[in-house]
Write a protein of this length. Sequence first.
Length: 189
Amino acid sequence: MDFKNDIKNYLKEEVEIINNLDISAINDAMNVLEETRKNGTMVYLIGNGGSAATASHMQNDFNKGISEGLEKKYNFCCLCDNFATVMAIANDDSYENVFYNQLVNRLKLGDVIIAISGSGNSKNVIKAVEYAKSKGNKIIGFTGYDGGKLKLLSDISLHVPLNNMQVTEDVHIIFNHTMMYILCKLLKG
């Protein structure tokens, strides 16, 4: 089979989205993340499925990739990564509370939430974000489609305005790698 035309169309759509991203929002997110590093505050990452994988990847890029060798390090915590905790909360309470319950009595003023949801409407993500906002914490939202509730709740919205989950997830990784690469260059030369 010849998939070349489909491949070309997929990549064309991706390039068009990348060329129209809100660079100011990415810049704002980078400044907030740099503030957390300087202040020693936490960045909590949340998401489901592919978004959970992006959250975990981002934690690795900032905690290891950038922070290695720095005196003042980033402090990212992916709330998706402790499978036993997530499953215990889901089983004993509800899946809607898997991130909220982990933030209660842990979240401090100055901590930041990076919430990743392609639809922007994942109930467990929204519940955690609403809790964090009620405590005065900043929210950086990674969304797709129309952005859903998460886009509206986010202080900084990194939005992919497209009804395509695969391209949305690709661009979410691009947000991560763009920020990681530039901040690493700034801090390590």
